[in-house]
Design a protein around this ligand. Structure first.
Ligand code: CU
Length: 162
């Protein structure tokens, strides 16, 4: 019987490719997982985007830019501590993902910034965005919007107020 053998080898090949999580996106040496955003109040001008990026390669990668139709001005941001005050600013040279490392974009740390938000993000919504890497090129990612309090940290007021 040839057919069962073929199906078996096909399913094996698929499971080998898909790896740990069904939501992971692999491109080149990169694995991109768990993209999410927090829902925004009505009238909000900004939103944050969070994602985990793993570089399985032997050389450093760089997240150069981020884009989505939902934001007039999407940026890649870092948080810095300036005299005890946390501030955020765009990463002019992009975000480096060192060889073999995992970099988490998360509340209070590196994040994607949706400036000039065109409409509020609502919990349960999904939206598409594109991450552009120096070597791996453009990767389309679907962000899941979670409830407003999701991933909230204490002593964190004003982070998203530009
Ligand atoms: Cu920001």
């Amino acid at each position: 019987m040839r057919l069962p053998t073929l199906l078996l080898s096909l399913s094996f090949a698929l499971s080998a490719v898909s790896g740990a999580s069904a939501n992971d996106i692999a491109k080149g040496d990169l694995v991109i997982s768990a993209p999410w955003s927090r829902a925004t109040p009505a009238g909000a001008q900004v939103a944050g985007g969070y994602v985990v990026i793993t570089n399985k390669g032997l050389s450093a990668e760089r997240l150069v830019s981020f884009s989505t139709d939902l934001a007039g001005q999407p940026e890649v941001h870092e948080m810095t501590n300036e005299g005890g005050v946390m501030k955020m600013r765009p990463l002019a040279k992009g975000l480096v993902i060192p060889a073999g490392a995992t970099v988490k974009l998360e509340p209070g740390g590196y994040h994607l910034m949706l400036l000039k938000l065109k409409k509020p993000l609502t919990a349960g919504q999904r939206y598409k965005a594109t991450l552009v890497f120096e070597k791996a090129g453009a990767v389309e990612v679907e962000f899941e919007v979670r409830a407003m309090g999701a991933g909230q940290q204490k002593s964190h007021g004003g982070h998203h107020n530009h």
